[in-house]
Design a protein around this ligand. Structure first.
Ligand code: GTP
Ligand code: MG
Ligand code: ZN
Length: 316
């Protein structure tokens, strides 16, 4: 048994009890992802891939690769957001949709507790959005504060991070690792925007024995083929939508719309509905664009094929 800890062109690196082994990937093998568990025989050759219990993937355009595997077998994803003017529920919901689509348990980590005057206001907003979400507020620079995340970082657990630039992912990771392996960047105070500084790709062992999966692909996740993840994130809307008069109700002006009725009676926030509709539209658009591009590429391939064939026939 071993776990894929990094990947490069044509080679995967597999961590086994006997050390790290490179394995050349051949056409007969399945597509691999960082985080995969694989069975090797005593000679160290690939036998089979174990079923993944969670998977982050990215839809990519092109004829050959339609899905790019980013990270697998992650138990928990920390959705990191700072408690300052950068805090944004819509963005958190977008990350939740990605986590739900991947089948990974999300935990909301609110950072910069040390510089925040009223952390309760942020925590309350999350609770109001979804009372069942695990939410933890920390000062990422302080190990005594970050230890609130210990339960998810023990041996046998694999964690990953999602969050926009400057929120403190690398800082948190450094604290959890107990050593400085990631470069953090000084944030520009004025607009709370940081810069992209994370370039490493691999699995790290946390000080408590858990594993941290940190690949650049996690940054590039987009909403495409993500309908289920969105439905799950906005389960109260999907639940109500089943009671709408029309099965294809857009919850705009249709008569007998249960979703609008609930908003009007103050049962839930109109912001939720507009973000739900926005994310749905975005994922549909992305999915369609990719499908179109793939079709175009296939069409182009057919032209090339026909051209080559005609050349060959002429040559005869
Ligand atoms: N005071 C305080 N500063 C923090 C905290 N978390 C992060 N910072 C600071 O915020 C800045 C950005 O943190 P990073 O850890 O580099 O952010 P990141 O999420 O890794 O950003 P990218 O790599 O660009 O995606 C750094 O200057 C950190 O020291 C916190 O909890 N409290
Ligand atoms: Mg970083
Ligand atoms: Zn409706």
């Amino acid at each position: 048994m071993g776990r894929v800890v990094s990947q490069e062109r044509g080679v995967i690196h597999v961590q086994t009890p006997e050390g790290k082994k490179p394995i050349r990937v051949s056409k007969s093998m399945p597509a691999f992802s960082v985080g995969d568990w694989i069975v090797l025989n005593s000679a160290g050759t690939f036998v089979r891939l174990l079923e993944r219990f969670s998977l982050f993937s990215r839809k990519a355009a092109g004829t050959k690769v339609s899905t790019q595997l980013i990270a697998s077998n992650i138990d928990t994803v920390f959705i990191v957001s700072s408690m300052n003017q950068d805090f944004n529920l819509n963005r958190i919901e977008r990350y939740l949709a990605l986590a739900n689509e991947a089948g990974v348990e999300p935990v909301i980590v609110l950072t910069k507790l040390d510089t925040c005057e009223y952390p309760e206001q942020y925590i309350e907003q999350i609770m109001e959005m979804d009372p069942f979400l695990e939410t933890v507020a920390v000062n990422s620079l302080d190990p005594d504060s970050v230890c609130k995340l210990d339960g998810w970082c023990i041996e046998g657990m694999t964690v990953a991070f999602l969050g926009s630039s400057g929120v403190g992912k690398s800082t948190l990771i450094n604290t959890l690792l107990g050593e400085c392996v990631q470069q953090t960047h000084v944030i520009r105070e004025d607009d709370a925007k940081g810069r992209h500084t994370t370039t490493t790709r691999s699995i790290h062992v946390l000080s408590l024995g858990g594993l941290l999966l940190d690949t650049p692909g996690m940054r590039e996740l987009q909403l495409a083929d993500c309908e289920q993840g969105i439905e799950e994130t906005f389960s109260e809307i999907s639940g109500l939508a089943r009671q709408c008069r029309f099965t294809d109700c857009q919850h705009e002006n249709e008569p007998g719309c249960a979703v609008r009725a609930a908003i009007e009676s103050g049962d839930f926030d109109g912001r939720r509905l507009s973000n739900y509709l926005k994310l749905m539209k975005e994922q549909e658009l992305n999915t369609a664009t990719l499908a179109e591009r793939r079709a175009r590429d296939r069409e182009f391939g057919r032209h090339i094929h026909a051209y080559k064939k005609s050349k060959r026939n002429k040559g005869n």
